[in-house]
Design a protein around this ligand. Structure first.
Ligand code: URA
Length: 201
């Protein structure tokens, strides 16, 4: 089956986009997936949170951030007065689970992220959020076009611009679960984002 070219994706409405993602064969990640993970949330959300890609649980359920990292993300949303269904949308850079030869989760390769980017780009256009939050390095470097080894510690704490939208980078919730001492920094990033959001209105 043919994968739609980016120019076609850029014209799609929500239903067409969901269908295209569900059947996508643009990169090798389609070979091992159980389900695609389109994203979840309020289609009119002002806040768009962007993770890396589905892990094992997400691949099985077809929903983003359903494991322990997702619980933490839910708590972060709650602390901001948001939820999965109210004023927030949760998406990923790649819609299929990347796994290594050992069958374990891995970050998407740059070509996989690039192949999937038109879908995320179209999601951003359709949702029209007021602000983007990049959860972790993969989202940050993919959206901002930075070198793959840019540390989140160097990217957080400032407001970037992505196609006219404020973008704040913070640690990935899965990383925070391993490094509870960085939770405070992540909260500071979210406060920075809330200020940028308030300033953009
Ligand atoms: N990690 C991510 O980056 N995204 C998910 O959907 C789940 C875990």
């Amino acid at each position: 089956p043919a994968a739609p070219p980016a120019s076609e994706v850029a014209q799609m409405d929500w239903d067409a986009l969901e269908t295209a993602v569900a059947g996508c064969v643009k990169c090798r990640l389609c070979e091992d997936r159980t389900r695609t993970v389109f994203g979840v949330g309020d289609r009119k959300a002002k806040w768009l949170f962007i993770g890396e890609g589905p892990g094992r649980n997400e691949d099985l359920q077809g929903l983003p951030f359903v494991g322990p990292a997702g619980k933490l993300l839910d708590n972060m949303l709650m602390a901001m007065g948001l939820s999965r269904t109210e004023n927030a949308f949760i998406a990923n850079v790649v819609k299929c689970r990347p796994t290594g030869d050992d069958g374990r989760d891995r970050p998407p390769a740059p070509d996989e992220a690039a192949a999937c980017m038109p879908y995320l780009q179209r999601q951003i256009e359709l949702i029209q959020p007021a602000i983007l939050v990049a959860l972790g390095k993969t989202a940050a470097v993919s959206l901002l076009g930075l070198p793959a080894d840019s540390p989140v510690g160097k990217l957080r704490g400032q407001v970037f611009e992505y196609r006219g939208l404020p973008l704040v980078v913070t640690y990935h919730p899965a990383y925070l679960l391993r490094r509870l001492t960085d939770k405070g920094k992540s909260w500071a990033d979210l406060c920075l984002a809330m200020n940028a959001y308030a300033g953009s209105r």
